[in-house]
Design a binder for this molecule. Sequence first.
Ligand SMILES: C[S@@+](CC[C@H](N)C(=O)[O-])C[C@H]1O[C@@H](n2cnc3c(N)ncnc32)[C@H](O)[C@@H]1O
Length: 327
Amino acid sequence: MTVEQHESTGAEVEDLSPSSREVAAEALESLRGPSPQLPCKLLYDDVGARLFEQICEQPEYYPTRTETAILRVRGAEIAARIGPHALVVEFGSGASTKTRHLLDALTEPAGYVPIDIAREQLAETARALDEDYPGLRVRPVCADYTKPITLPKLVDEVENTVVFFPGSTIGNFEQRQVVGFLRRVARLVGPGGGLLIGVDLKKDRHVLEAAYDDAAGVSRAFIKNVLARLNRECGAGFDLDAWRYRARWCEERSGIVMELICERPQRVTIAGETLEFAPGAVIHCEDSHKYSRESFAALAAEAGFSVDSVWTDDDELFSVQYLTADG
Ligand SMILES: C[S@@+](CC[C@H](N)C(=O)[O-])C[C@H]1O[C@@H](n2cnc3c(N)ncnc32)[C@H](O)[C@@H]1O
């Protein structure tokens, strides 16, 4: 992620996404160690992106409807904090559904740059937004936001650059990576620039475990899709039926841990290397860390952000926070 900008026109997707070869190399590197894991960004190929949309509709999955309601009800207050003519850069934009509430509330936004690793969904979403918001410059970038990204140059008259990072996606970062990531966001938006971020709050573990392991089995299908993806893209040869999904609260990590547990011996091949998994072997796929207002404010301060405003629902399940980058 850099502050460098270059000329770009149209809502065509700029593709900086990793190739299948890079995906295979990254998967192999993460799986071959003593604690096999897969980077959570690999969950989001186009199949994974669709499954995530279905997770958002499950009754147990409170984050989406709660965050959406906060954005809808508090839209005017949020827009007042951000101000007019803002450039909105969204990390992990997905279907950009929540973004519409933000764009509807903002005064004459200068442009919108959705960044996501799932290309097909990004392209469809950008086309729809381009049609629905005729005066808005939409410039989608398909890229891994954990790597340096050059933003397309949209307009000169930007009064405020704001990164929008909803969906409690920040919870997927290891806590030791959060500060480094937020520091890069602070550099991107510049002094006085903003970060509008969805931060999921700590709550009863049973509510959390149900949210990440819904009765309809969509979360299970979403996580297992990472193995299916490695079969599709790398010919890995995972037997999907030999893996059981588990979502458990871990107090020590202050988060939900999502893993696949091997139930039958497996031999797979990735990038020419054979890997073996014995029954009981675990692949760690994703964490979703939960914060208190205070614990998140402390990380934000360490990264050079001040908390300007925090909006929550009545039950304090979820928070939408506006942070400003210190000078
Ligand atoms: C939890 S979903 C949130 C989607 C949407 N923002 C929302 O609030 O519903 C995470 C999104 O981030 C994207 N994503 C995950 N890791 C990424 C990465 N490293 N670089 C770019 N996009 C990523 C996924 O494709 C997905 O759309």
